[in-house]
Design a binder for this molecule. Structure first.
Ligand code: ADP
Ligand code: ADP
Ligand code: ZN
Length: 212
């Protein structure tokens, strides 16, 4: 039984590593960003997009309700990997509350550490697929240019993966999300991994932390 959070700034590799770990542990990969993007066209999606395009956080109340619904689904009964949630202290408190009521806890919070300059390089050339797959033009290109390896759909450049929005997201991260490093450190579940190696090297480090 493994309940895991991937913590780190935008572009640190949470989505990439969560997908790999999800395959290894056979646990669902829950990306709140993906859930919000998939809601495009619905009332929730339209409301969220206003915040997302500016690089701001969607209000806590929306996220808390969303994660509660998701964690109650059957596929999360044994394990889950959270990618992009929590991003604020109130979200972390709400998660603790949800898990307490289910008589469950958190096993591991992996904090992926990457310097800002590298984050900007990664996000500016990130390309994503509607199916949730993530690529990079130079560091992790798809086999056929512009097309997803997994599902064949066209890849796209997210509106918030442009320099101005990226800078805002990094400052939002520092103000609102970074305090979670101490929050989980104090609770004894935090492991920090150096997020600067290759995707494969970091995956090996993460596996070691999961097995420890
Ligand atoms: P996050 O989910 O934390 O925002 P992603 O997993 O989407 O981060 O990764 C951001 C970008 O960096 C993507 O384009 C991804 O392909 C690329 N990337 C992920 N891990 C690495 C790595 N270790 N080295 C180089 N590029 C990486
Ligand atoms: P990245 O990993 O590149 O930061 P995500 O796909 O995780 O991007 O998130 C994209 C956007 O979705 C965020 O900038 C924010 O607007 C919104 N979002 C996702 N998760 C949360 C969350 N837990 N709380 C508030 N907003 C969120
Ligand atoms: Zn795809």
């Amino acid at each position: 039984m493994m309940n895991i959070i991937l913590l780190g700034p935008p572009g640190s590799g949470k989505g990439t590593q969560a997908a790999l770990l999800s395959g290894k542990l056979n646990a669902p990969h829950i990306s709140t960003g993906d859930i919000l993007r998939r809601a495009a066209g619905t009332e929730l999606g339209n409301r969220a997009a206003e915040y997302m395009n500016r690089g701001e956080l969607v209000p806590d109340s929306v996220l808390i309700e969303m994660i509660r619904d998701r964690l109650l689904q059957a596929d999360c009964a044994k394990a889950f990997i959270l990618d992009g949630y929590p991003r604020t202290i109130p979200q972390a408190d709400a998660l603790a509350d949800i898990l307490r009521k289910l008589d469950r806890g958190l096993d591991l919070v992996l904090n992926i550490d990457v310097p800002d300059a590298e984050l900007i390089t990664r996000l500016s050339a990130r390309r994503v697929c509607k199916c949730g797959a993530t690529y990079h033009l130079t560091f992790n290109p798809p086999e056929n240019e512009g097309v997803c390896d997994l599902c064949g759909k066209r890849l796209y450049h997210r509106d918030d993966d442009r320099e101005e929005s990226i800078r805002n997201r990094l400052s939002v991260y520092k103000k609102q999300t970074q305090p979670l490093i101490d929050y989980y450190g104090d609770r004894g579940v935090l492991v920090t991994v150096d997020g600067c190696g290759s995707i494969e090297q970091i995956a090996v480090e993460i596996c070691a932390a999961v097995e420890a």
